[in-house]
Design a protein around this ligand. Structure first.
Ligand code: GLU
Length: 319
């Protein structure tokens, strides 16, 4: 299958040292494997987007020599596709409407004796599942995916199981096993960790999980290379791919850049925008985080990118 990779920034601010690592890694992986590299602007969470950040990111990437092989896509223009995917899941009985507010969920969790752990979300307790009484006359707020559809006696299971699974992915019950090219074998019980997760939010916005799965498939993405902070979303995305009958790409999660306080560097904790006047310096720092050598003195951006592409082929297993 021809290689298609992508970089999918959320325009919540300019590109920073952390997001450049993911951008460079996905570009290098695509180039090293003779593939195409796409950019998708993930602006579904409109309230978090900063006007103009999309154009700024594209400009920053271009100055770093990272130019997509096709015109970028904006997720805000793709609502019809996400609706179609949700309709498909609802028709198959794999998604259901949910009337719960945050408080309802917390109350139901407390009633079930689910203990709160600091900093961790508790799984959705399944209050609005049809077999638990559904909406009970309350208005629908969000839509959720059933995470139990892979259980042995779930009716739609035969068809879903019949779809060929890639060698590195196995699903038993709600436990997803997958192999990350950098992190190695991973597993997560999605029902136990997050429970039936949101596909369309109570505010009407499309959830990241649904948009990313629909778009990766629609764009024919075969290789996802992105930051390690997203690794624990992968099992949800694999379940959703199965539910929609879509192929699972291969995954590589890149190391994060930490801020001075040890937290992941992000737009939220004030990561500085990349200096546009010296893209080579920014790229060199990103390359170092990926274990790639500093460029020769006097190297230009295109020369450095060529050298890193060869080094990448040696450093990262090609799968
Ligand atoms: N839009 C996400 C972010 O900026 C990345 C999504 C992805 O690469 O799957 O964090």
């Amino acid at each position: 299958m021809p290689y298609v990779g992508r970089f999918a920034p959320s325009p919540t601010g300019p590109l920073h040292a952390g997001s450049l690592v993911a951008a460079l890694a996905s570009w290098l992986d695509a180039r090293a494997q003779g593939g195409r590299w796409l950019v998708r602007i993930e602006d579904v969470d409109a309230p978090r987007c900063v006007p103009g950040a999309d154009r700024l990111i594209l400009d920053q990437l271009a100055r770093c020599g990272l130019v997509p092989d096709e015109p970028p896509l904006w997720q805000s223009q793709r609502g019809a596709l996400y609706q179609h995917a949700l309709d498909q899941l609802v028709d198959a009985g794999l998604a259901y409407p949910c009337a719960c507010s945050r408080r309802d969920i917390e109350q139901a969790q407390a009633e079930r004796g689910m203990a709160r752990v600091r900093g961790a979300e508790l799984p959705y307790p399944g209050t609005c599942r049809p077999e638990n009484g559904g909406l009970r006359g309350r208005p629908a707020r969000a839509w959720r995916l059933r995470t139990d559809f892979f259980e042995p006696n779930w009716p739609a299971n035969h068809e879903i199981r019949a779809q060929a699974a890639p060698h590195s992915v196995a699903i038993s019950g709600s436990v997803v096993h997958w192999t990350d090219r950098r992190l190695g074998p991973q597993q997560q019980d999605v029902a136990e960790t997050v429970g039936d997760f949101v596909l369309r939010r109570a505010d009407g916005l499309w959830a990241y999980q649904l948009a990313v799965v629909v778009d990766d498939a629609a764009q024919g993405v075969t290789h996802v290379v992105r930051g390690e902070d997203l690794a624990d979303n992968t099992p949800r995305q694999i379940l959703l791919q199965r539910a929609l009958g879509l192929p699972t790409p291969s995954y590589l999660h890149t190391p994060l850049v930490l801020a001075a306080d040890g937290e992941k560097l992000s737009k939220q904790n004030g990561a500085e925008a990349l200096p546009l006047h010296d893209p080579l310096q920014a790229l060199t720092a990103a390359a170092a985080r990926l274990g790639l050598p500093a460029p020769m003195t006097e190297a230009t951006v295109p020369e450095a990118l060529i050298a890193w592409t060869s080094a990448w082929s040696v450093a990262w297993p090609m799968r």
